[in-house]
Design a protein around this ligand. Structure first.
Ligand SMILES: [Zn+2]
Length: 504
């Protein structure tokens, strides 16, 4: 029988550490709920000592998600472990994931500890974590650049102290598949007690080998793979969940392992994470890219029409990816709207439905036909609006090739109307400056990106921005068929988030 491989998702921890990703508690909860539908084994919900928001995310996810293991990260430091234990108080199946580095280069320069001291810290951390839960995972950071014998001694100490999972991170994404597999072999052959614990792998993708290394490690005895949706994570990211799941499914007869992943939820999970993190997915990204099931060359199309298996090793419907259908229009009623959102997997409260339907009507008025992709964008956008301190009442721009762009913007500011005009370098800049005049908030624009949600000239433009105010960074998003309006909405969304973070 195929051996079960556990998938440990770290989108909300390692993924959230990626530059430019800022998820609030509600957004993390939404992703966790989707990971639950995906049938993931473990959700690493955060690093509780690192921030109040991380702590709260672990608390909320522990309360809401009852059928998964919920993990919290902690350095091998007593206070970290206690805080992680507290954050996991409500979890049905809590996991404390504690770590310390095992490489000389990290110990000497970063931790300023001797090898012996680090082993004592590791053992103490695991023991302390065991007071809160039986399920303790120990990671030897930078394992792939560590002295192998020393690494095995550290793992032995962790096992003796009660660790149930030993993680072998390729923290810097440096290992080659064969080297990494050889390290797994070495650990299995040289660590006393290893047969009683699960070996986990955590590979980074700096050289594009994260998934390959993870799969080869499984063939050498690892039982858990740490993954993230769309491969998000520090630097080049982690092993992509969707790739790992589909390799194991597509080649199950050769690998003789299986995961419990509900494959049909893959596309929806990917889309949600793309939306909330603002991290775009390349059109040719395996499994979840826009064009990965599109056959362009004549000879391929010819083969596909005769028999799909000629050029197709996976079917788009297997991962829940279907061609976008034109479904609704401005004459569509509430009933059709509700039905379609349910078919797309949304489970909205009455209040959310009200807002989403209003957003749909507004867009349908402008655009006519609304595709599934449009609909997903509308719903995602409407239900996620943060408390609106600033909201757009109207805007007007004058723009052209030989004149200076000017914008007039009217906002509702905490219930009162205010307006201002400004000129700028293009209509977006002029609008942002007018908003700055009204709000008095000086923020720096860190990133601005725009993406077409669906095809056609009247496609919805989705604008994502990141702004910084002092040491607070906030992400904003806005959609409209009018890209200037989408830009203004995303800017106001980011400002509202800054206001919110100042309050909490
Ligand atoms: Zn990592």
């Amino acid at each position: 029988m195929a051996k079960k491989i556990y998938l440990f998702d770290t989108s909300l921890r390692d993924g959230e550490q990626a530059p430019g990703i800022h998820l609030n508690v509600r957004e993390k909860l939404e992703i966790a709920e989707q990971l639950d539908k995906l049938n993931i084994d473990t959700i690493e919900a955060g690093f509780p000592i690192s921030s109040k928001s991380d702590f709260n995310s672990v608390v909320e996810i522990s309360k809401k998600i009852r059928n998964r293991y919920i993990a919290a990260l902690a350095r091998a430091v007593p206070q970290d472990i206690d805080v992680a234990g507290q954050a996991l108080e409500n979890a049905v199946n809590p996991v404390i994931h504690t770590f310390i580095s095992s490489s000389d280069i990290h110990l000497e320069y970063q931790f300023k500890k001797t090898r012996d001291q680090a082993i004592v810290l590791a053992a103490d951390a695991v023991k302390r974590a065991r007071k809160y839960t039986d399920m303790v995972e120990f990671s030897a950071m930078d394992a792939t650049r560590s002295d192998r014998d020393y690494l095995c001694r550290m793992y032995e100490a962790a096992i003796k102290s009660g660790a149930k999972i030993l993680n072998v991170p390729d923290t810097v994404g440096y290992a080659l598949p064969e080297e990494y597999a050889a390290l797994i072999d070495y650990i299995i052959n040289n660590t006393a007690g290893i047969e009683d614990v699960i070996i986990s792998v955590h590979c980074h993708n700096d050289l594009g080998l994260a998934v390959a290394n993870s799969i080869l490690a499984v063939q050498h005895g690892a039982r858990q793979i740490e993954v993230s949706v769309n491969g998000i994570g520090e630097r080049a990211g982690n092993a992509a969940l969707e790739e790992v799941a589909m390799i194991i499914d597509t080649r199950k007869n050769d690998l003789n392992v299986s995961t419990g992943v509900n494959l049909k939820e893959i596309m929806r999970t990917s889309t949600l994470v793309r939306h909330l993190t603002g991290y775009a997915v390349a059109p040719n990204k395996p499994i979840v890219g826009k064009y990965v099931f599109t056959h362009e060359a004549g000879i391929h199309q010819d083969g596909m029409l005769k028999n799909r298996t000629t050029y197709e090793i996976m079917k788009p419907e297997d991962v829940g990816s279907q061609a976008s259908k034109l479904m609704l229009g401005k004459h569509s009623g509430r009933h059709a709207f509700v039905k379609r959102t349910q078919e797309l997997g949304f489970n909205l409260s009455d209040e959310e439905l009200e807002k989403a339907f209003a957003g749909f009507k507004e867009l349908a008025e402008k655009k006519g036909e609304i595709s599934d992709d449009d609909l997903k964008a509308i719903v995602n956008n409407e239900i996620r609006e943060v408390e609106e301190y600033f909201s757009l009442k109207y805007y007007q721009v004058i723009n052209g090739t030989s004149i200076k762009s000017t914008a007039t913007v009217g906002l509702e500011v905490n219930g009162n109307f205010a307006e201002s005009a400004s000129y700028g370098d293009g209509p977006v800049d002029a609008s942002f400056k007018a908003i700055e005049n009204i709000t008095g908030m000086k923020v720096m624009l860190v990133e601005y990106s725009i993406e077409a949600v669906s095809g056609g000239r009247d496609a919805i433009g989705a604008v994502k921005i990141i702004v910084r105010s002092g040491d607070v960074e906030a992400m904003g998003s806005g959609i409209s068929t009018d890209v200037i309006e989408a830009s203004i909405k995303s800017y106001l969304d980011a400002l509202n988030r800054i206001m919110l973070s100042k309050k909490s």
